[in-house]
Design a protein around this ligand. Sequence first.
Ligand code: SF4
Length: 577
Amino acid sequence: MKLKLAKTAGFCMGVRRAVEIVLDTANRQQGPIYTYGPLIHNPQVLEILAEKGVTVIEDVSGAKSGSVVIRAHGAPPQAMQALVDAGLTIINATCPRVIKVQTIISKYARQGYACVIVGDKDHPEVMGLLGYAEGMGYVISHPDDLDKLPSLERAIVVAQTTQDGRLFNRIAKTMAERFPHFKVFNTICDSTLKRQAEVREMAKAVDAVVVVGGRNSGNTQRLAQAVEQEGVPAFHVESEAELDCQAIEPLRSIGITAGASTPNWVIKKVFRTIEALPHQAKGRWRLMLFRIQRWLLLSNLYLAMGAGCLSYTCALLSGIKPGFAPALMASCYVLSMHILNNFIGREAVRYNDPDRASFYDNNRLILLAIAVISGTVGLFMAFAMGSVPFLIVLIISLLGLFYKVKIIPGRLKIGKKIQRISDVPGSKTVLIALAWGVVTVVLPHLSVTLQITTTMIFVSLWASAMAFVRTAFFDILDMQGDRIVGQESLPIVLGEKKTFRILKLLLVIFLAALIFAPMMHLATTLAYGMILSVFYMSKVLMAFERHWVVPGFRFEFLVETLFVFTAMVTGLWQLLA
Ligand code: SF4
C-alpha cells in the first residue's frame, strides 16, 4: 500500500502560534488562564489545555482575574474592551492574517463603507470580523444570499480566512456583475488555499483520502468535501480509533491530510495505524519482519547498535585499535540511558510518539530489565577498560538518572525555575551529544592512554556533532509534545528555523574539517570516508524539509541508521585500503 501524507497536513501558522502562546503561558505564568472561547476545534488539544488548568470562557462573566488569551480566530473589539474593563490581562493570539482582515474592515468602516463577509455567520472568526464593521457588516455564504443584501452604496467584500476558494470566486464573480462598485478583497488565507489545492491534487492520485481532524472543524470538513467533489472516497476521522481498517486495508494507495487544528501526534497515530495494515495482510513472515524492525527501533536496540558502530569507527578514525569492550560499553550505556529517558520523559513521549508510549507501557518490565542489565554491563565493561573510564561512566550515568530529579531545593532555586538539570533550556540535546562523544571516543582513548590529544578532541567533537544533529532533529519532530509538558528543548528555545540553520552549519563545518583533518594529523584518512556520513545526515534533513519522505516509522529507521552507515563506510574503506 502506498501512503502519501499531505505537506500541508496539521497546524497552520496561526493555530500553531496560538497553541504555543497558550502552552507557554500555562507553563510559565502563575494565576488563572482563560481562553476566550475554545482555542481550536480539536477535542484532544482542548483536553490537554483543560489538564493544564486553562479554562474556556465564553464571555466576561466567566472570569474575575488573570489572563485571557484571544484565540487565532480573533474577537470583536467590543468584547476585548469588556475583558480589559473587567480587570483581565489580554494576551492576543489572533492570527496575523486575521488581524489583516480586521484592519481592512476597520479602515473602510471609518470611511463609511459597509462590509460583506463571505463566510459562516456562526463562525467565531466571522463574529469577530463583524465587530470591526461598526454595525455595517453583512454575512453571506451562498450566491443566492446576495438577494438578501440591502441596497449598499459603498461596500467592501472580504472572506472568512478558511472559506472555500471556489465558492468565494463564484460569489465574487456574481457580485462583480451585479455590484461592480463593490471593492472585493480575497482574504482567504493561502494556507487554506494550499491545503485545499493539495488535497484535490492528492485525490486524483490515490484510491481514498483519510482526513484527520475535529468533526466540528470547518476547514477539516471542507477538506473532506473537496475530496468527495473529486469523486474519491473520503474518511473523516478524529483519531485512529475511528479508522475503518476493513475498508482501507484492500486499497492500493491512501492519501492522508489533516485540518489546520489537528496536532501532529494525532496525525502520527493515524499514519502509523495505516502504515501497519499491509504488513498484517502480507502473511506471517512479512509481519514478523515488520515486528522485529519495530521492536529494534522502539526499544532503542537499533540505536545502541549504532553506538557500538560509531565507537568502532571512531577508534579507527583516531588511529587506535578498535576493541570489543569499548564498543559494547558504548552500546550498553546508550541502550540503558535511552530506555530510561523514555520512561522518565513518558509524558512528552505520550504526545510525540504515541506508538512508542504504548510500546513502553506494554513492555514495561522487559524494557526496565534490559535497561538495568545493559547499564550494569556498561559499567562492568568501563571497569575492565580502567578506573578512569569507570568513574566517568558512573558520573554520566548518574547525571542521566538525576536529569529530571529536583537537585536544588525550592528555596535555593537558581533564576526563575531551575531546580533540575532538565530545567536548563536545551540541556537535553547538548548533554546527550556530549555523552555520545565521551562514550564512543574519549573513554576508548583513555583506556589506551591518559594523555589528551588533539586527535581525541577532534574525533570526539565530530561524534558529538553527529549525535547532536540526530538528537536535535528528533527534538524538532517532538516540539509539540515537549511544549505541552513544558520541556524547553533546543528548538523550542531557538525556534525550528534557527535550529535547522545551526544543524546545517554544523554539518558544513564538519564537512570542511573532515577534508583537512588527515592533513593536519587530527584524524586518519578514514576522515575522507566519513564525509559520506555528513552527506547522509544532510540528505535526511533535506528530505524532511522538502517533504520527500513521510516522517513515519520508516523515516525514523532511516535516521537511526546514520551510525550503522558510518560502520558500513568504515568496513568498505578498510576493504579498499
Ligand atoms: S488558516 Fe490562515 S488565517 Fe486562519 S489561523 Fe491559520 S494561518 Fe491564520
